[in-house]
Design a protein around this ligand. Structure first.
Ligand SMILES: [Zn+2]
Length: 131
């Protein structure tokens, strides 16, 4: 086992920007975003092997049995890699001048009382990236 290589501050910043500063799995913004080594090799610290995960999804991946989520019993490395790739390509597209994506914010309630909101991010071809 080779020794751990920590991402540099500039690499961390670059990866967070690529992921719009949110977890690539659940898209939650905020505290405790961590860089996860997708292949489990702590010395393989290249952008392609680092996924931006919130503390909860990171923990979920490493301790799948601690979570009792019926429709998603584990968060595999393959899934994390897919989330990362889809999300980073989406964020990259969203930064273009004429993005091929559509964002919709559905608001439920009336003008005095908004009880819920739903943000839907969708590719031009209809594929929903995040809801
Ligand atoms: Zn998350």
């Amino acid at each position: 086992m080779s020794s751990r290589v920590n991402p540099t501050p500039s690499q961390r910043k670059r990866l967070l920007e690529k992921n719009a500063n949110v977890c690539c799995v659940c898209k939650q913004r905020g505290m405790g975003l961590e860089l996860h080594h997708i292949d489990g090799d702590n010395s393989n610290t290249v952008d392609e092997n680092l996924a931006v995960l919130c503390a909860k999804d990171h923990d979920h991946h490493h301790r799948p049995n601690a979570y009792n989520i019926p429709y998603c019993s584990e968060l595999s490395s393959t899934e994390i890699k897919e989330y990362k790739e889809y999300w980073e390509s989406f964020v990259n597209e969203a930064k273009q001048t004429n993005p091929k994506i559509v964002a919709m914010l559905n608001v439920y309630g009336n003008e005095n009382h908004i009880h819920s909101m739903r943000l839907i991010l969708q590719w031009e071809n209809g594929k929903v990236e995040f809801e």
